[in-house]
Design a protein around this ligand. Structure first.
Ligand SMILES: Nc1ncnc2c1ncn2[C@@H]1O[C@H](COP(=O)(O)OP(=O)(O)O)[C@@H](O)[C@H]1O
Ligand SMILES: [Mg+2]
Length: 319
């Protein structure tokens, strides 16, 4: 069953030099209980896409497209209507828990307040729920009385997960939830997130610049480049048979055993300025396989199988 459908979404930032086309015509569906990854180098529009779904864009706006959650058109709701579903239906785990958690309140108090603002739960019941949530994210409930700075980085991210789960949402958007953590803690937090996602049958959009992370925690992955979808597919298919040169470069740049990040092999340069993106295929200036058509015409996304689609002229024209 489809939980979320995103149709031709465009989110632009307005700057003195013009519009930054950070998300520029993105369409996809998300099934109930599915874990969908969103990958791409920094600056490709991943956070803008995630924040668009939460209606939390600052300095810009959604200028086109359609977002439906359980058939409800999110972009047509008033702020008041949307505030009711934010956290209750869609919640967010952001990159830096320290920024998202309020430093002057105890962890438990913050979870309790989140519950009380949205539901008519009694304080004692909300405390019980908060303690239960902490247990679920493997934090000893006695930690409810701690302030955020008294917790380790990994614990803070797990407390964020508890907050995001507090109102039993249908969809969690997790934007680089483990990027600030050391490698060992990253793996622990991801495993926990994946286990809870499965147990609670909640859908998740997991955003990361690191494809290897998404390979461990997702059913399907979207590869995003310069505000557009380059490739989308089932994890096994995408990792075994990546068709887009950009996906191939991302897969080649997996960290080595020591965890050091290799630069993108075969792809010089960095993602373009989205104020004035390249013509045709936006990857063409960096792509080793680019031909004339790539400079001239934008590739449309085509289905290569029921669970694999790609936007690349090389595939479109049979390689
Ligand atoms: N408030 C803003 N004003 C102008 N440009 C922005 C703003 N926020 C992000 N951008 C630009 O939008 C593009 C996409 O950014 P972002 O969504 O943060 O990408 P990612 O999460 O993939 O790193 C980048 O080029 C970035 O510079
Ligand atoms: Mg980001």
């Amino acid at each position: 069953m489809t939980l979320l459908s995103v149709e031709n979404l465009k989110t632009y930032y307005s700057t003195s030099s013009g519009f930054v086309k950070a998300v520029d015509g993105v369409s996809f569906n998300l099934e109930k209980g599915e874990s969908l990854g969103l990958a791409g180098e920094s600056g490709c529009g991943k956070s803008t896409l995630g924040f668009s779904l939460m209606r939390l864009i600052k300095g810009g706006e959604v200028v086109g497209g359609d977002i439906k959650l359980n058939g409800m058109p999110l972009l047509e709701m008033s702020d008041r209507e949307f505030n009711r579903i934010r956290w209750e239906k869609i919640s967010l785990i952001s990159q830096a828990a320290m920024g998202a958690l309020n430093p002057v309140y105890r962890i438990g108090t913050q979870i309790v307040e989140a519950i009380k603002v949205h539901t008519k739960t009694k304080k004692s019941e909300a405390w019980e729920r908060a303690e239960d949530l902490l247990r679920q994210v493997e934090i000893d409930p006695s930690r409810a009385f701690n302030y955020p700075h008294e917790l380790s980085g990994g614990m803070r991210q797990r407390a964020m997960i508890a907050m995001a789960l507090a109102l039993d949402p249908d969809l969690i958007i997790a934007d680089e939830p483990t990027t600030a953590l050391d490698v060992v803690t990253q793996v622990q937090v991801l495993k926990l997130l994946r286990a809870l996602q499965r147990k609670l049958d909640v859908s998740i959009i997991l955003i990361s610049h690191d494809l290897s992370i998404l390979g461990q925690a997702c059913d399907r992955v979207i590869i995003m480049y310069a505000g557009k979808i380059a490739e989308i597919g089932n994890v096994e298919v995408l990792f075994k048979n990546p068709l887009h040169p950009y996906t191939q470069a991302l897969l080649d740049s997996f960290p080595d055993i020591k965890g050091d990040k290799k630069p993108l092999t075969g792809l010089p340069g960095s993602p373009p300025d989205l104020l004035d993106p390249p013509s045709g295929c936006r990857l063409h200036p960096r792509c080793p396989e680019a031909r004339n058509i790539c400079q001239e015409t934008e590739p449309q996304i085509i289905d290569v199988s029921s669970n694999h689609s790609v936007a690349c002229h090389m595939v479109d024209q049979g390689g």
